[in-house]
Design a protein around this ligand. Structure first.
Ligand SMILES: C[S@@+](CC[C@H](N)C(=O)[O-])C[C@H]1O[C@@H](n2cnc3c(N)ncnc32)[C@H](O)[C@@H]1O
Length: 263
């Protein structure tokens, strides 16, 4: 899923007018770019999210957590960032949550945040780690969740296989991701928001030149909700729910790891 190595930018980034190669010079490893970029914007990440989504982002994570968590579950939040989905899972009734992220500065913000939510500090941990090699043993968690991460992972099928490995049979997966609005009256508005408003606000507040130019490009080069459903199904998951949020700009997938893998 490296934008510099998949379909030509003009095929799918026609409105963003940014050459992905200007953001990912071909000699730069994409995973390294992603880790450094999120590390650099960690301090302003929550504020930018709140401005860009008019505060709605907390509700989406709450929604995913409520769909995922059963009472007393052990959950892993992959690409936990500043920890909001992890906290939402605990509030939804999880027994414990492990947040995993490649960007250490994000984890610093997450750890600081949970000290302000005293009820959860005992049962939440944030550790450095990669979605493709989770620091968990086989079949050790009841739920795997992730918000706004998967489009950033070059080896996404490996990360999904890793979700399968760590989930217990019958365990569940919930994923939130930004998706392209392909049709309908709001398509133009959504494109304008993601290709013009978001990069401008992102640059002004984060001070990072390319982070929020990268966002619409990474969305353009990522799966549609249907393709992501197919990807999960190919990996053996039974997709139980695909929901479109925020006028079709966000997709939530919920899936189950069946007791017996169907191949
Ligand atoms: C857009 S942020 C989302 C953070 C958080 N999930 C949220 O809901 O706000 C993406 C996060 O995924 C992390 N990330 C990107 N690739 C990753 C990978 N391969 N493994 C673990 N974390 C990753 C980034 O460091 C960043 O913190």
């Amino acid at each position: 899923m490296d934008p510099s190595s998949t379909e030509p930018a003009t095929d799918r980034s026609e409105d963003s007018k940014v050459d992905p190669k200007a953001i990912y010079p071909s000699e730069v490893d994409r995973a390294t770019y992603v880790r450094n970029m999120f590390g650099a914007i960690a301090g302003r990440y929550d504020l930018i999210n709140t401005i860009m989504t008019a505060g709605r982002h907390y509700a989406w994570r709450r929604f995913a957590a409520n769909e995922l968590v059963r009472s007393n579950d052990m959950i892993v939040d992959v690409g936990c960032g500043t920890g909001d989905l992890s906290i939402a899972c605990l509030k939804a009734g999880a027994h414990s949550v492990l947040g995993v992220d490649v960007a250490a500065p994000m984890l610093v913000v997450a750890r600081r945040k949970v000290t302000r939510v005293p009820a959860v500090t005992q049962t939440i941990n944030f550790v450095g780690g990669d979605a493709t090699a989770l620091p968990l043993s086989d079949q050790s968690v009841d739920g795997w969740c992730s918000a706004f991460v998967v489009r950033n992972i070059p080896d996404l099928d490996v990360a999904i296989a890793e979700a399968w490995r760590v989930l217990k049979p019958g365990g569940r997966l919930a994923n939130l991701e930004i998706t392209r609005v392909e049709r309908g009256p709001l398509r133009w508005l959504a494109r304008f928001h993601f290709t013009k408003v978001v990069p401008l606000i992102g640059r002004l507040i984060s001070g990072h030149a390319s982070a929020y130019q990268y966002l619409p490009i990474s969305v353009d080069h990522f799966d549609s909700a249907e393709k992501f459903t197919e990807r999960l199904t190919r990996a053996g998951f039974a997709v139980t729910e695909v929901r479109s949020l925020m006028f079709g700009t966000i997709a939530m997938h919920v899936a189950e790891k069946p007791h017996v893998k169907v191949v």
